[in-house]
Design a protein around this ligand. Structure first.
Ligand code: ADP
Ligand code: ADP
Length: 228
């Protein structure tokens, strides 16, 4: 479902972040992207939701060529791909409910459907009782659960998470991982860039290691492989 072939990315300041990446990821896989800081992990995942365009090379997602995807089609892509960030990126003045409903309102769901879908997804992430809270009233782990709920409320086929536990303590991080495993068990592809040796070595999944913009390792049930 995700096919990258000979992907290079050089930013406008001349920094080359990716140096010829080719890989295939199938529907339903759970993939960790690991590697040192500056290795190109973020750039790699940003290509998949078209936050970044490749300089050369092709990226196919569900048989759609990302390099030739028209700008006006990008919002449609974003409905098929849920994205989760290290810093949550919630709207601070909106309630938990509104933060999630927002993702549905932009695609013109009926109010009744919106309510059902928001409450269902809040139940999945264990936050049904906090629907009226605003982000500041929640812990970091709870805020990340809201951002996961927002990312999956459209039932995307792919969820991309860039360091989703980077701002969370270990205890909270395991809770977030359980949510990801649950989503993955329902058939959603998960791609997670991470620096957590503990998580990668405990919850064994496919590991793609990136160094200096190249894939240096790709293992089924792999290890983290770095000291920190
Ligand atoms: P491009 O137009 O090449 O896709 P962006 O629009 O993503 O590049 O970035 C615009 C500018 O922002 C870059 O030229 C760079 O100077 C700066 N920038 C943003 N993020 C970073 C970063 N992580 N490291 C260095 N420069 C950055
Ligand atoms: P990682 O996620 O592994 O830390 P990144 O993909 O963020 O790696 O960065 C790879 C390289 O590209 C770094 O040298 C970084 O400074 C550079 N870079 C990232 N984003 C930009 C940008 N928007 N503009 C210019 N350089 C960037």
């Amino acid at each position: 479902m995700i096919k990258m072939k000979d992907v290079y990315k050089t930013y406008s300041n001349g920094v080359t972040a990716l140096n010829g990446i080719s890989t295939d990821i199938e529907q339903g896989e759970f993939v960790y992207i690991v590697g040192p800081s500056g290795a190109g992990k973020s750039t790699f995942v940003k290509l998949m939701y078209r936050e970044v365009k490749p300089t050369t090379g092709t990226i196919m997602i569900n048989d759609r060529d990302m390099s030739s995807l028209k700008e006006r089609k990008v919002p449609y892509l974003r409905r098929e791909i849920g994205v989760i960030f290290q810093d949550f990126k919630l709207l601070p003045k909106l309630s938990v409910y509104e933060n999630i409903a927002f993702a549905l309102e932009v695609i013109e769901e009926s109010p009744r459907n919106i309510k059902k879908r928001v409450m269902d997804v809040l139940e999945l992430v264990g936050l049904k009782n906090k629907a009226r809270f605003i982000p500041d009233e929640l812990s970091g782990g709870e805020q990340q659960r809201v951002s996961i709920a927002r990312a999956i409320v459209n039932h995307p086929k792919i969820v991309i998470a860039d360091e989703p536990t980077g701002n969370l303590d270990p205890e909270t991080s395991w809770g977030i991982m359980r949510v990801f495993e649950e989503i993955n068990s329902r058939g959603t592809t998960i791609i997670m860039a991470t620096h957590s040796k503990e998580i990668v070595n405990t919850i064994k999944k496919r590991v793609i290691a990136v160094e200096d913009g190249l894939i240096v390792r790709d293992e089924h049930r792999g290890e983290y492989g770095y000291e920190i």
